[in-house]
Design a protein around this ligand. Sequence first.
Ligand code: NAD
Ligand code: GLY
Length: 356
Amino acid sequence: MQAIRMALGERSYNVYIGAGALDEVAVHLRRAKMGPRLALVTNPTVFELHGNRFRETLTAEGFDVSVFTVPDGEEYKSLESAGRLYTEFSEALIERSTPLLALGGGIIGDLAGFVAATYMRGMPLVQLPTTLLAQVDSSIGGKTAVNHGTLKNQIGAFYQPVAVFSDIAALKTLPRTQLSEGLAEIIKSAVIGDELLFRMLERRTKEILAGDERLLQAAVSRAAAVKISIVRRDEHDTGLRNTLNFGHTAAHAIETITNFKVSHGEAVAAGMLIAGRVAAGMGVFPASALERLRAVISAAELPLSLPLNASEVLEAIKHDKKMMSGKLKFILPTRIGQVVISDRVTPDMVAEAIVE
Ligand code: NAD
Ligand code: GLY
C-alpha cells in the first residue's frame, strides 16, 4: 500500500492507495486511538458489495460500528439527506468525537463530508472512496457539498479528512462505464501535471479498463499525486486549484443543457477537447498533442463528439460561475503535463471549437 502525504499543517493527512486498503483501516484507527464508536455512512449498493465485509473487519478489532445508509443517487446529495443523518446520529448518540467513515463514491463522500463538517461543528472524517472518480478526485482535498435546487455543489464547506483509504480491489465490482468516468479525471490530471501518466494511458488504457490492478494502482496514485500537489499549494481554491477544472467549464455547460443525460465523464472529455482545440487555435498547444488527447479519450471509451448546439453551450458557459468580469476564464493546455489559466479566450473561439 502506498501513502501520499497531503501536507496542510495541522490538517495534514495521508492518502493510502492499494489493493486491500480497506482491510488496514481498523489497525490504523486503533493506532490513532480513534473509536471505539464509529459511524459508517454508505449507500445500499456499496454496503452490499463491500460494506458488510468491511464492517466485520472493524468489529473483529473491537469497534462498535453504527451503519447509516443513504439511497443511491445524486438527488440524495441534499440538505434533506444531511438532515436525516443529523437526526439518526443524534438518536444513536453519535458524539462529536465519533469518527465518520464515508464508504462509497463521490456522492457519499461529498454528503458524508458535509455532515462530518457540520454535525456538532465537526467530527473526524475518514474517506473510503470506492469509485475510480472518487479515488482520484472527490475524496481528496476537502471539498464537501450538497446540492440545493439548481445550486449544484454550491452549499458546502472545506473540510479535510483525517485519512483517505483508496482500495483498488473495491474497483473490481465497478461497471466498466464507471471506470471510463474515472478515467476522464485521470486524463485530466495527466494533462494538467503528469506527462508520464499520460504516456502510460496512451499505452495501457485498455488494460486499465479491463481491471488490471497494478496499472489501476499506478494510475490512481499518480493522478492523486497531481491533485495533492495542487491542493497543498491552494487549499481554498483561490487560484492554482482552479486548474483542476480543466475541461470542466464546457463540461458543466454540457451537463446543464442536456439535463445531465450526458454523463460527467463524457462532458469532461468533450470539455477537454474544446479547451484543447481553443488552445491549438491560439497557437499555444501543438496540434499533435491535441491528436494524442483525442486518442487517449477514445481509448478510455469516451465519446469524441456529442450532438450539441454550439450557441446553447456557449450561453450556458457564460452563465457559469467561472465567468469573471465579463471575460471567459478558461484553463488551457500548453503541452501534455501543463495548463494555464487564460482570460484571452473569446466566445467566438469557444463556439468554433465546439463545432469542430
Ligand atoms: P457515485 O457516488 O454516484 O457512484 C457511482 C455509482 O457507483 C453509484 O451507483 C454507486 O452506488 C456505485 N458504486 C460505488 N462504488 C462501487 C463499487 N465499488 N462497485 C460497484 N458500484 C459502486 O458517483 P461518483 O462518480 O463516484 O461521484 C460523483 C459525485 O462526486 C458528484 O456528486 C460530484 O459532484 C462529486 N465530485 C466531488 C468532487 C469534490 O472535490 N468533492 C470532485 C469530483 C466530483
Ligand atoms: N474537483 C476540483 C477540486 O477539488 O478542486
